[in-house]
Structure formats: structure tokens, C-alpha cells
Design a protein around this ligand. Structure first.
Ligand SMILES: Nc1nc2c(c(=O)[nH]1)N=C([C@H](O)[C@@H](O)CO)CN2
Length: 118
């Protein structure tokens, strides 16, 4: 199966469970791998036939920037649902990293894979 991917998409958000985290915005980094048959746009050379990674990125930037969740798990789940439902993606792998959240670690976070329900 082919994929369309987005790597290292950095978005600032209000996120975290501690009081001090509710008063600041923190950088988050998203990596996505979305199942898509790229033979169709390759045959037509038409952007309208693609899974447009710019459109997906813009939607996630708008959503994440306005979000205020406590857990990265919740935000990751909502983002995966947006990709599946709004962009008709069959399967998405999404990694959400929170750099600098834990001293000594380059990043912490979650990685999920979700499939469209029949
Ligand atoms: N599995 C998780 N563990 C933790 C989370 C989280 O969202 N998921 N969040 C925190 C704090 O907000 C942390 O990021 C602050 O440094 C701790 N553990």
C-alpha cells in the first residue's frame, strides 16, 4: 500500500496536566503516515486526485492551535479521527511528540494507528 506522509509538523498548543502547563503554549511535533493509492494522481498529474498533504497540514495546524487538552493521547486520537473522517483516509499512523517535556529526553509522546470503521 502507498502512503502520503507529513514529517516533523511543529504546532504550538496549550497542552498538559499540570497548572503551569495550563498557562503556556508548548511546541508539539506531528509525524503522519496516511494510506493512499498514489497511482490515481500519478496517472492524471492532478492535485485534485491526491491526498493533499498541504490541506491535511493546514487543518491540523488550525485544530491543534485551538485545542486545550490535558493528555497527548486525547489530542492524538482527535487528530487521527479528523484525518480519517474529513480526508477519507483508510488508515493513519500518527506520532505526537512533546519535545522538552521530560528533562533528559529529546521528546516523549504517543504513537497510534487507526483504521476507518466499516
Ligand atoms: N502518557 C502520558 N503521560 C504524561 C502526559 C501525557 O499526556 N501522556 N503528560 C504529562 C505532563 O503533561 C508532562 O508532559 C509535563 O512534563 C506527564 N505524563
Amino acid at each position: 500500500m502507498d502512503h502520503v506522509f507529513i514529517e516533523g509538523l511543529e504546532i504550538e498548543a496549550l497542552i498538559g496536566i499540570y497548572d503551569w502547563e495550563r498557562r503556556i503554549r508548548q511546541p508539539l511535533v506531528f509525524d503522519l503516515e496516511m494510506a493512499f493509492d498514489n497511482r490515481v494522481p500519478a496517472a492524471s498529474d492532478d492535485i485534485a486526485h491526491t491526498l493533499d498533504y498541504k490541506a491535511v497540514s493546514k487543518r491540523l495546524i488550525d485544530y491543534v492551535s485551538a485545542s486545550e487538552f490535558g493528555l497527548v493521547e486525547t489530542l492524538a486520537e482527535r487528530c487521527a479521527a479528523i484525518v480519517i473522517e474529513e480526508f477519507k483516509v483508510e488508515r493513519v499512523r500518527l506520532k505526537l511528540s512533546k519535545p522538552g517535556a521530560v528533562r533528559g529526553a529529546r521528546a516523549v509522546g504517543v504513537s497510534i494507528e487507526r483504521t476507518r470503521r466499516a
